[in-house]
Design a protein around this ligand. Structure first.
Ligand code: GLN
Length: 475
């Protein structure tokens, strides 16, 4: 049996059936990581001793016939999610030695189910980027072609799942950072409705947009992980207190009679023809399964990208003010006074892209420009929310591409930040409106690079998306 080939559902069955122990599975994963991660670079840090300890504990629980679907399952976690006792660096020099005194809500959930943490995943510094090239430490490669980017910012999380270096991983998505790398690496990524997964212990990028979610081998596995991490948390004031239920419960009920929309703005200028064809083809497949497809329009979509970059940078400039060299994180060595301490610490501790966002955000929030930029962006936000709402009055979900292209070459877009930002055009509207979306494979281009499609639903309709995604995967 090739242990690292097993999906979460398959592995869990074997662990509970005592065909395999968690220690064996964990060791198999470290072997795999040792064999391939030198080339892929998905992990920023391994937590081997923690993992083996957790695996032994899991085996005790499993031996008693107890445990859950995640007990003993090896996984990886993005390096902007706090793990007590294990460095959480956000791939930044600023937090290179930051050892969190507490676990994030999702880490606590994983620990409560005795899942096994293999290590922390590489990412763009503070989750700002679309390729992982902004990591202060290393560049992750796309397992399908190591000359190409894995996407970002959760590039390590997606590459690890694609290269079978973890059963699943957790990522974060502020403007597409789970969905776009999932698409580039041919795996499944799920961005939950805003408020479904607590942000407590997720190092903040843009608080009104950030959500944690799973990257997994298939839709079912993503749903199983979501079952574990969804839920109310009094330590996150935006966490929604509701009964989330079992996301796999309706998974196999099929899509017959559902309605899906294709917003024309998602298929316009700038989309690669092969990506377009693959997504349209997927829509046709849904039609064959009994889904009624209709073309719709969200005119405000045109402004989604600039609105996202204004809102996210404004929030980032405020959130990142805490890194001042005084309380924790990096501190410059030589300084004459407090002003110099701040200046030097932030100049030396942050990378180029992070500084760019801080400057952009500070500018847009400054007194003279607030109305012209930030306020305008919030007005666009309302228009986009209204646009989605009107589509969901008559439709169960939206089918769209995830990104305009497949994974591109490492270094191809680093010279032009704006060109890189343009690649986020299809993912950011979902965060602006706080909606759930699944990114899943729907084909490949002529070079064999994966193409992803995105299924978007109204707030708290994850079950519908999972049902549609599962039906597509098992058609
Ligand atoms: N690529 C987008 C950005 O750089 C999204 C990042 C994210 O979702 N964390 O802002």
């Amino acid at each position: 049996m090739n242990i690292t080939e097993l999906s979460l559902a398959e592995l869990s069955e074997k662990l509970h059936g005592k065909e395999l122990s968690s220690v064996e599975a964990t060791k198999a994963y470290f072997e795999k990581i040792n064999a391939v991660d030198g080339e892929i670079g998905a992990y920023i840090r391994l937590t081997e001793s923690v993992a083996l300890q957790q695996a032994e504990n899991a085996d005790k629980i499993l031996a008693e016939g107890k445990g859950t679907a995640l007990t003993g399952v090896p996984y990886g976690i993005k390096d902007n999610i706090c793990t007590k006792g294990s460095i959480t660096s956000c791939a930044s020099k600023m937090l290179e030695n930051f050892n969190p005194p507490y676990d994030a809500f999702v880490t606590t959930k994983m620990n409560a189910e005795n899942a096994v943490m293999l290590g922390k995943m590489n990412m763009d510094e503070f989750a700002m980027g679309s390729t992982t090239e902004n990591s202060a430490f290393k560049v992750t490669k796309n397992p399908y072609d190591i000359t190409r980017v894995p996407g970002g910012s959760s590039g390590g999380s997606a590459a690890a799942v694609a290269a079978k270096e973890a059963v699943f991983t957790l990522g974060s998505d502020t403007g597409g950072s789970i969905r776009q790398p999932a698409a580039f690496c041919g795996v499944v990524g799920l961005k939950p409705t805003y408020g479904t997964v607590s942000r407590n212990g997720l190092v903040a990028f843009a608080s009104s947009l950030d959500q944690i979610g799973p990257v997994a081998r298939n839709v079912e596995d993503a749903a199983v992980v979501l079952n574990s991490i969804a839920g109310h948390d009094s330590l996150d004031s935006t966490s929604v207190n509701r009964i989330y239920g079992d996301f796999t419960a309706e998974m196999k009920n099929g899509v017959k009679g559902m309605k899906a929309a294709l917003p024309k703005e998602y298929f316009g200028e700038g989309i690669n023809p092969e990506v377009r064809a693959a997504v349209i083809n997927a829509a046709n497949e849904f039609e064959k399964m009994g889904v009624e497809i209709q073309e719709v329009s969200i005119p405000a979509m045109e402004y989604a990208l600039p609105a996202y970059y204004v809102i996210s940078s404004c929030e980032a400039s405020s959130n990142l003010a805490r890194f001042d060299g005084v309380r924790y994180g990096y501190r410059a060595e030589n300084y004459a006074d407090m002003d110099e301490l701040y200046k030097k610490t932030r100049s030396e501790g942050f990378g180029k892209e992070v500084k760019r966002r801080i400057m952009l955000g500070s500018f847009a929030l400054s007194a003279g420009y607030y109305d012209a930029y930030y306020k305008k962006a919030l007005q666009v936000r309302t228009l986009i929310i209204n646009g989605f709402n009107s589509i969901f009055e008559n439709n169960d979900f939206i089918i769209s591409p995830v990104a305009p292209t497949v994974a591109y070459k490492i270094g191809e877009k680093t010279a032009s930040p704006v060109e890189m930002y343009l690649g986020d055009i299809y993912t950011v509207p979902v965060n602006i409106a706080g909606l759930p979306a699944i990114s899943m494979p729907c084909g490949a281009d002529k070079d064999g690079m994966p193409i992803g499609m995105q299924l978007i639903g109204k707030a708290f309709s994850e079950s519908t998306l999972i049902r549609a995604g599962w039906a597509f995967e098992n058609r």
